[in-house]
Design a protein around this ligand. Sequence first.
Ligand code: KG4
Ligand code: ZN
Length: 354
Amino acid sequence: MSLVLGIETSCDECSASVVRTSAPASTGTTYEPLSTSTFSQIELHIPFGGVVPEVASRNHLEQIEPIVFDAMKKAGVDFNALDGIAVTNRPGLIGALLVGVTAAKAVAYARKKPLIPVHHLEGHLMSVFLNQPKKIEFPAVFLLVSGGHTNLHWIEKEPVEWTLDVLEKSLIGRSTDDAAGEAFDKTAKVMGFPYPGGKWIDQNSKGGDPKAFAFPRGLANVGKNKDSLDFSFSGLKTAVMLQVQQLQTEGTFEAARADLCASIQEAILDSLLTKTLLLAKQKPTRSLVIVGGVSANSKLRARMANESPVPVYYPELQYCTDNGAMIAAAGALRLSQGHGLQSNEFLRLNAYAI
Ligand code: KG4
Ligand code: ZN
């Protein structure tokens, strides 16, 4: 058994979690969060319509200590019982990352524990293993859909470690412009919803007609883009803006709200599903895994249940958006592979925006 504290402060969530893994952490291991304590800064950023980096880092500074202590208390674990401290050190807002990295160094130094730097995307990919009762069969297609990334991976064998090398070599498609979450957020803003807008579009599309408005599907799989596994959402915001303006002029915007939301959502989901299912057809695939904030989308889950030929796995809802548990899980696996840093190494550890 190993116990790892995970700390995540890369953007607007200050989160800490204690994860217990069956010993020794390796492939096929269970990852059980004993606690997760998160302070979401969403309310703070709403007046600005997006995350303000300086506001984010100052707030992390206020929250990090109570959040870490709360996670430890809820888990009923003493710092001395930890096997290591994992922390996101890239990519993200540099000031925000530095708060988490510095706090993790302080705990690791004071308690003479190894520190494990974790890549944020590695955390998202591993979030599906938290409390996962089933064995996910490989080869698997992983779709990572968050506010910053839309990445499509084909992973042949379950990795012994989810290193950056694994992430880069398995990357088969990605967004050429906006991320899927960003497309939800930007179009939601045009619709007058607060940031982040994905969940508002999701909720307000209920009962709407997804075919009411024909919004563009970037890099649609026809003609020269027939086999494209890349995504493009850049034309969507303008199309939605023009449509909203027209409806406002006609005085029918309010009445069309549900239809608009359903149509925006359908355009984004059509792209995500088409490319993901195309990859699953092109390459031998036994499972499909969808992670990141957008994997919380209810229509995405409903459509995948109908359209995927192989079993589809998601993180539990609380682990779709940024959280310390996914960082602790990734850290536990790295620690078991001998990648914990001792204080003579980790005091020099830095944070990186990319
Ligand atoms: O993974 P995440 O918490 O942060 C990043 O690493 O970027 O993802 C946040 C994104 C936001 O763009 C948000 O609008 C989107 O996830 N999101 C959703 C839903 N819940 C969150 N998008 C669509 N439907 C949802 N239910
Ligand atoms: Zn994230």
